[in-house]
Design a protein around this ligand. Structure first.
Ligand SMILES: *[C@@H]1O[C@H](CO)[C@@H](O)[C@H](O)[C@H]1NC(C)=O
Ligand SMILES: *[C@@H]1O[C@H](CO)[C@@H](O)[C@H](O)[C@H]1NC(C)=O
Ligand SMILES: *[C@@H]1O[C@H](CO)[C@@H](O)[C@H](O)[C@H]1NC(C)=O
Length: 303
């Protein structure tokens, strides 16, 4: 009796151990896969025809210059530069730097560029992060930060017209993490910042999208720690926060927290109650709010 039951017990143990080993190795494999491939999960550069046709401003009847910038680690960045005539009496002397969201290519942003350039009269500079659109290399947090440095060097020291204008950073989703990075580390030539659906960090966003990953966020090596950086944006820089309250990707509470953490003397949180993550730009009053912010808070006021 005793012998049999202990034998059964040993057998059960063996089976259990087998299960545990299998599930541990499946789990380990899944985690290893996650660790290795997370860059392609976090930066789905091919999604939405990202590497397919990339519309140019010309297709939207806007004059532009195709600029190619080479980063400090030899990656080539595809950029569109759109300028107004600086000698025109209605020249605004303002440049909006568009920092793109995650999927797709900069061609997809042309309707937005059209509003900023044509309707509002601002110069616009937009570029593809490495690995996106026609830029070379592959995306990573470190790489996207080098891209941002290269672009800011160009805008503030190499191109006279941009350097002489007031720069407004306009970041959407992933682009707002880049905007916060620039605002916190290269702030001297930034005049204003607009953040749409920003996140505190990728680690704090992942469990919202994939609840089963909540125990493994330490394996997320693409961090984008905006939560720690945002307080370093100098207080003289006005910030406009545009928050989708039904955001299914980034919890809206992240925007509330970012608003609280900002030291800006002039900060505004605009909530779009029926907006999801990627339809904020089509919400009523969105563009009026953006335009008024740039007109009222950025030198020269009124333009
Ligand atoms: C200035 O006015 C002209 C003529 O109305 C217009 O074509 C041009 O786009 C305007 N420029 C800006 C920067 O708004
Ligand atoms: C354009 O804007 C820059 C930055 O705000 C400012 O230093 C410069 O004086 C402005 N130039 C003109 C002509 O308004
Ligand atoms: C949001 O994303 C979907 C799927 O990628 C796309 O079809 C749709 O056009 C996007 N909406 C806006 C307003 O960009």
């Amino acid at each position: 009796m005793f012998a049999t039951s202990s034998l059964i017990f040993v057998k059960i143990l063996a089976v259990l151990r087998g299960f545990a080993q299998v599930s541990i190795s499946v789990g380990a494999l899944a985690l290893l896969g996650l660790y290795t491939y997370q860059s392609s999960l976090i930066y789905p550069a091919s999604l939405n025809e990202g590497h397919g046709h990339c519309a140019t401003p010309e297709e939207y009847d806007m004059p532009y210059e195709a600029v190619e910038l080479t980063t400090s680690d030899s990656v080539s960045l595809q950029c569109y530069s759109l300028k107004h005539d600086p000698s025109a009496p209605n020249y605004t002397n303002k440049t909006v730097v568009v920092l793109s969201p995650n999927a797709g290519n900069i061609g997809h942003a042309m309707p937005i560029v059209q509003i900023l350039y044509r309707e509002f009269g601002y110069n616009v500079f937009i570029y593809s992060y490495r690995g996106y659109g026609k830029s070379s290399g592959s995306p990573s947090e470190k790489g996207l930060k080098l891209d941002a440095q290269r672009v800011m060097d160009y805008l503030t020291t190499e191109d006279e017209q941009f350097a002489a204008s007031s720069l407004v950073l306009y970041g959407r989703s992933l682009g707002s993490a880049v905007a916060i990075y620039i605002g916190a580390t290269m702030s001297s030539s930034v005049h204003a910042i607009i953040l749409e659906n920003a996140f505190l960090s990728i680690r704090k966003t992942v469990p919202h999208i994939f609840p089963f990953l909540k125990w493994f966020t330490a394996c997320v090596h693409q961090v984008w720690d905006s939560e720690s950086l945002v307080g370093s944006i100098p207080k003289k820089i006005p910030v406009l926060l545009l928050s989708a309250r039904r955001d299914e990707i980034v919890p809206p509470s992240h925007m509330d927290a970012i608003y609280e953490l900002l030291n800006s003397e002039d900060k505004t949180l605009q909530k779009f109650e029926s907006s999801m993550h990627n339809d904020t730009v089509v919400q009523p009053r969105y563009w009026e709010i953006v335009h008024e912010f740039i007109q009222d808070k950025v030198n020269p006021v009124g333009y």
